[in-house]
Design a protein around this ligand. Structure first.
Ligand code: RB5
Length: 152
């Protein structure tokens, strides 16, 4: 799998831990930055990660900021992106199983690197259930997107 990853200054240090962790799991990483702890704007890193997922250049995306909130808000503005803000292992599993999320957001100021690594491992390795009720709900989410794409 190819994973696109991005962070702002609030998530930079955790990103630097997560990138080699993903590689150690046998996956390829496209790192869009940021490259240091200097203050930047999270939408500038959410967009290239989401673009990579939507274009098919990456299979999934991971976004990290201080809380994960700004990143998840920005990512979910992109049609076709289903981004979950996750800080526990149960949600990491459930959001793949139920929501088929293609982007994961986390907050460096909320969780430690050990929990973050386990969340990433579970989120990467859990398949979508393809359960009928979950597919039906995701189709309803797509209908919401379609409504506002036609009438912005
Ligand atoms: C940056 O200070 C912080 O606001 C940002 O990383 C993020 O938490 C926003 O949601």
């Amino acid at each position: 799998m190819k994973i696109a990853i991005g962070a702002d200054h609030g998530g930079y240090r955790l990103k630097e831990i997560i990138v080699p962790f993903i590689e150690s799991l046998g996956h390829e990483v496209k790192d869009v930055g940021c490259t240091c702890e200097q203050s930047v704007d999270y939408p500038d890193y959410a967009l290239p990660v989401c673009d990579a997922v939507i274009s098919g250049e990456a299979d999934r995306g991971i976004l990290i900021c201080g809380t994960g909130i700004g990143m998840s808000i920005a990512a979910n503005k992109v049609p076709g992106i289903r981004c979950a803000l996750v800080h526990d292992m149960f949600s990491a599993q459930a959001t793949r199983d139920h929501n088929d999320t293609n982007v994961l957001a986390m907050g460096e100021r909320i969780i430690g690197p050990g929990v973050a690594q386990e969340i990433v491992r579970i989120w990467i390795e859990t398949p979508f259930s393809n359960g009928e009720r979950h597919v039906g709900r995701l189709n309803k989410v797509k209908q919401i997107e379609a409504k506002y794409e036609l009438h912005p």
